[in-house]
Design a protein around this ligand. Sequence first.
Ligand code: FAD
Length: 450
Amino acid sequence: MPQTTDADVIIVGAGIAGIATAHYLACGNTARKVVLVDALPPMSFTSAESGENYRNWWPHPIMTGFIDRSTDLLEGIARDSENRIKLTHRGYALATRQDDISELLEGLKAGYGADQSKGIRVRDRRDASDYLASLHGKPAGVDVLTDTGTIRRAFPAFDPGIRHVIHIRRAGDLDSYQLSQYLLERFRARGGSLLHAKVVEIFGNRSLQVRLSDEHVLSTPRLVIAAGPFVNELLAHIGERLPVHNVLQQKLGFEDVLETIPKEQPFAVDLDPQLIDWSEEERELLAADADFRHLAGTMPGKVHRRIDSSPQRRTLELGWAYNKEPCEPAWEPVLDDTFPEIVLRGAARLNPGLKGYYDELPPTRVLHGGYYTMTGENLPIIGPSATEGVFVVAALSGFGTMAACAAGELCAAWIDGAKLPEYGKHLSLERYADAQFMAAFSGVDDRGVL
Ligand SMILES: Cc1cc2nc3c(=O)[nH]c(=O)nc-3n(C[C@H](O)[C@H](O)[C@H](O)COP(=O)(O)OP(=O)(O)OC[C@H]3O[C@@H](n4cnc5c(N)ncnc54)[C@H](O)[C@@H]3O)c2cc1C
């Protein structure tokens, strides 16, 4: 006979989403037995591939409010733990060669909503010293640099053709592994337990039964599915499916041995679309091959780079979410080995010093990759599913590290029947019944994917 164990809540998935949810459920006011189950060691699937960046720059104020709340929680953890999670505040520098940025400013204001858009400061040459003095501080809001001299001084490694920089100040990076350890330690201290097993079946009527790969059966009135790219595989057991798809995204990391980017620079995004810097001959060869033709033409904007801020290291990480093709998730994702060359050349447009790596990348190079599990509108799905007692924390796309704390807190509020924050219902499945809300996403290209 299979052994049955009861738990007040079972969470499937010990990535950052499941861990944060477990933490907020176990550390709330209600005493309860919470069990976290994962087929792999904690934080070893998508969550291990994160670039670990955060930003409150989003096209829709619902996401801005949600990520601002998560950042409040991260800042609280940083304070309580002597910044064990290495939260930095260097910001995101969005660079463009466009002379007219009125559309960008409109988008920025829309994303911050009526209150916060007052914190957008357009700075000309007269404000240069104020801005430069604030570069390593922690001001709120956004600085929009219109003076190319100030841009040169603040961002000496940038392409001299950059006309405007939008510096998002509530942004930076963190150590997501340390965050997970902090949350797990507190979860365990409140009696939470972690099981290493794959969930192979979910069944039952009155109470939910979860069968594990070792034939153990767990019984619970509340089940949270935080299974990253495999959310629909699990929901299929109870006849449900979320409107999400998976897209493989990659990052290239290497030691900046040529010292092309000064340390302490903000995360930088080249907003402009571009033709990749191939030779004429390379472009012709690419254009002649149906599989690679897209690389010969105009590529989308938003190639980005981060320079590590630790005193001992000078690691560069390059990313470019140009892949849009949905795919079936695999437990061992197959990475695209042409990505390093593509992202390097793309990133060299904003940071011309990177051309020094065209012939050879340092041997320390590492290619990371995993799935952005996302909805079409690029909002997460957090809250009850259609089956009573089953909840989801899903579709965390390219923002799961920064969003995990607010996502876990929100799922716990749904389970407890507590008051939801303003963004709560819009981040649940209920939004699909709200045609007016969903209309804001139709025909909009910018979904905040980075
Ligand atoms: C290349 C890349 C860069 C990124 N950069 C950033 C960034 O800079 N900032 C940011 O905020 N986010 C970033 N992200 C996004 C972030 O990493 C993800 O949103 C986040 O890790 C998702 O966490 P998760 O817990 O939902 O999923 P996962 O980490 O995938 O966890 C799901 C867990 O569920 C388990 N599981 C699945 N099925 C079962 C089953 N049947 N039984 C038991 N266990 C199961 C899996 O083993 C896994 O451990 C990036 C993602 C990628 C791919």
